[in-house]
Design a protein around this ligand. Structure first.
Ligand SMILES: [Zn+2]
Ligand SMILES: [Zn+2]
Length: 234
């Protein structure tokens, strides 16, 4: 799986490893993925790290989040935080395939995609999409599940401040009523297994807000798949 990542991507775009500068390896060499990208046991409901053998963390047992399942490939931190900003803000859309392959190699991701009926990327506000030129979540979703991905069903109907700049309580308020299903297509989620995709999850408030909207549309089961997850519930 990981070898395919390097061979496939290196063949397409020869270059250096973005972490250790080994060459040819792009965007990240095999040694760096081995060092920084090893899967670790995570709560199946919120993707925070847990001791081996534990399925759900105490917080999720006490107060189940609106997501039925949540899986992350890596912890948000060095070197992934830097690579993700390059992916996102410098238009390195070509990295989507490599990041999606890493996501696929994380436990539970493959079966979640297989069992899902619809894969919905987290939408960007149209102004942000125009600035950036692409939605990184849509790029990941297309690589993970080309046939099941629908980038027009889940909409962002309200411009929100960048979540990363806010405190937790403000994040919750910030994303309230930010999402909606396209009214003409909303019934497509009814009774279905939905997979939400995002590149980074911090407090989870955006994914939770989107999950509530999808649940209100009648979805039977909702899983979130993210590339990177911060280690603190913050
Ligand atoms: Zn490297
Ligand atoms: Zn949990």
């Amino acid at each position: 799986m990981l070898r395919a990542l390097f061979e496939g991507v290196a063949a397409a775009i020869p270059g250096q490893c973005a972490v250790c500068r080994a060459w040819p390896a792009h965007p990240v060499c095999e040694a760096c993925v081995g060092r920084f990208g090893q899967p670790q046991p995570r709560c199946r409901r919120c993707a925070l790290p847990v001791p081996a053998g534990i399925a759900e963390c105490g917080a999720c047992l006490r107060a189940p989040p609106p997501l039925d399942a949540c899986h992350a490939a890596v912890t948000y931190g060095f070197p992934w935080s830097g690579l993700l900003s390059q992916f996102k803000f410098r238009g390195e859309a070509g990295w989507a395939a490599a990041l999606a392959t890493l996501m696929r190699s994380a436990p539970w991701v493959e079966p979640a995609i297989e069992q899902g009926d619809l894969v919905l990327p987290m939408p960007l506000a149209s102004r942000r999409l125009a600035e950036r030129g692409f939605n990184q979540a849509l790029e990941l979703a297309r690589r993970l599940a080309p046939k099941k991905t629908d980038g027009r069903l889940l909409l962002r109907i309200r411009e929100t401040a960048q979540q990363s700049a806010l405190e937790r309580r403000d994040r919750l308020l910030n994303v309230k009523d930010a999402f909606a299903l396209d009214p003409l297509q909303a019934r497509r989620v009814s009774g279905k297994r939905i997979v939400l995709i995002d590149d980074v999850m911090t407090s989870g408030s955006s994914l939770h807000a989107a999950a509530r909207v999808v649940r209100a549309g009648g979805a039977a089961h909702i899983t979130a798949l993210v590339f990177a997850r911060t280690d603190e519930p913050d």
